[in-house]
Write a protein that binds this ligand. Structure first.
Ligand SMILES: CC(=O)CC(=O)SCCNC(=O)CCNC(=O)[C@H](O)C(C)(C)COP(=O)(O)OP(=O)(O)OC[C@H]1O[C@@H](n2cnc3c(N)ncnc32)[C@H](O)[C@@H]1OP(=O)(O)O
Ligand SMILES: NC(=O)C1=CN([C@@H]2O[C@H](COP(=O)(O)OP(=O)(O)OC[C@H]3O[C@@H](n4cnc5c(N)ncnc54)[C@H](OP(=O)(O)O)[C@@H]3O)[C@@H](O)[C@H]2O)C=CC1
Length: 292
């Protein structure tokens, strides 16, 4: 098994920052890389806020918060990933974007560094083919919000070596998360089941069966879900939800995975959910207001 001390993260979005947060709390040195300095600054501010929340609720001491923050560095220079033993790519759910990133990141990495992807749905084997290290590549799929959710899905590609898998499994255990192993099929386990449910909720809205409020209330109180499916879609990001549905639809070639046209429309409008200020709810006021 390889030793992991330095973790690199690609993408300072909601998942990249969540992963950085839990790695730093577990004692790893973390280097976050994103294209824009503003993105990194905003991401570090989010981590700051979430760590402070954990201090306020007694989950950690202020000393632990300070130590964790001191272990996280942000940069928009890809060369700063050169010391990483493990890099977790958490950039936009778009195969072209991810392939381009691997082309830039691989030449910078140590020869034996592990490269992992946090992809929600894309083929690990196909992504591995865009790297120079298919045997040191795999899926390490965290759930959102990372500091809260206990599960991490591990996914091997066809060429993933046993040492890579064993190292990733041990690494996830040090983050106090539980591993589940999924085979390399479109959207793995959680999203194969969750996203069709969310897509069906959007069809339910599209066909006028219920309003946003009615659908979310129905599933929260009628099925004991912590969030309604439309609230959860906004939380995940509607662009990510659509990408996952497209991967399911194309990858499994079954019309039951057809993305709802209303989901497509929201994404085309740039209404991506919480991260853009508007989705099935409008988040720009004091409280979220349904948009339908
Ligand atoms: C798309 C993919 O590829 C895979 C996925 O991730 S699918 C999405 C999976 N995630 C889910 O299904 C989440 C469903 N929602 C939930 O479980 C809950 O609504 C929730 C945990 C997000 C919030 O729970 P809640 O009880 O409504 O709110 P709240 O009391 O504010 O939060 C509970 C705790 O979580 C913490 N928390 C909430 N959101 C957080 C965030 N974004 N970051 C860090 N911590 C957070 C809070 O600080 C709080 O911690 P304490 O108990 O220490 O105070
Ligand atoms: N949202 C969720 O609930 C979950 C998402 N995931 C997966 O995690 C990944 C990230 O999702 P999420 O954090 O939600 O998405 P976000 O949109 O919040 O973040 C993506 C980040 O990647 C950055 N990025 C885009 N292109 C590049 C590039 N070429 N180089 C470096 N950074 C880049 C984006 O920058 P910019 O904004 O400037 O483009 C943005 O900061 C996806 O693969 C997603 O499927 C996995 C589990 C749960």
């Amino acid at each position: 098994m390889s030793t992991i001390r330095n973790v690199g993260i690609v993408g300072a979005g909601q998942m990249g920052c969540g992963i950085a947060h839990v790695c730093a709390v577990a004692g790893y040195k973390v280097q976050i890389y994103d294209l824009s300095a503003e993105r990194i600054e905003a991401g570090l501010a989010t981590i700051h806020g979430n760590l402070a929340r954990q201090v306020a609720s007694g989950k950690m001491t202020d000393e632990e918060r300070k130590n964790a923050l001191a272990r996280i560095k942000g940069s928009n220079d890809v060369n700063d990933l050169s010391q990483a033993d493990l890099v977790i790519e958490a950039a936009t759910e778009d195969e072209t974007v991810k392939r381009k990133i691997y082309g830039q990141v691989c030449p910078v990495l140590k020869p034996d560094a592990i490269l992992a992807t946090n992809t929600s749905s894309l083929s690990i084997t196909r992504l591995a083919s865009a790297t120079d290290r298919a045997e040191r590549f795999m899926g390490i799929h965290f759930m959102n919000p990372v500091p809260v959710m206990k599960l991490v899905e591990l996914v091997r590609g066809i060429a993933t070596e046993e040492d890579t898998f064993a190292t990733a499994k041990q690494f996830v255990a040090t983050l106090d998360k539980t591993v589940t192993v999924a085979e390399d099929f479109p959207a793995f386990i959680v999203n194969r089941i969750l996203l069709p449910m969310i897509n069906e909720a959007i069809y339910t809205l599209y066909e006028g069966v219920g309003t946003v409020d009615a659908i979310d209330t129905a599933m929260k109180l009628g099925a004991n879900h912590p969030m309604g499916p439309l609230q959860l879609a906004d939380f995940i990001g509607l662009d990510t939800c659509l990408s996952i549905m497209q991967v399911l639809y194309e990858g499994l070639a079954d019309s039951k995975y057809r993305p709802c046209p209303l989901l497509v429309k929201y994404v085309e409008a740039g209404w991506l959910g919480r991260k853009s200020g508007r989705g099935f709810y409008d988040y720009r006021g004091e409280v979220p207001v349904p948009t339908r």
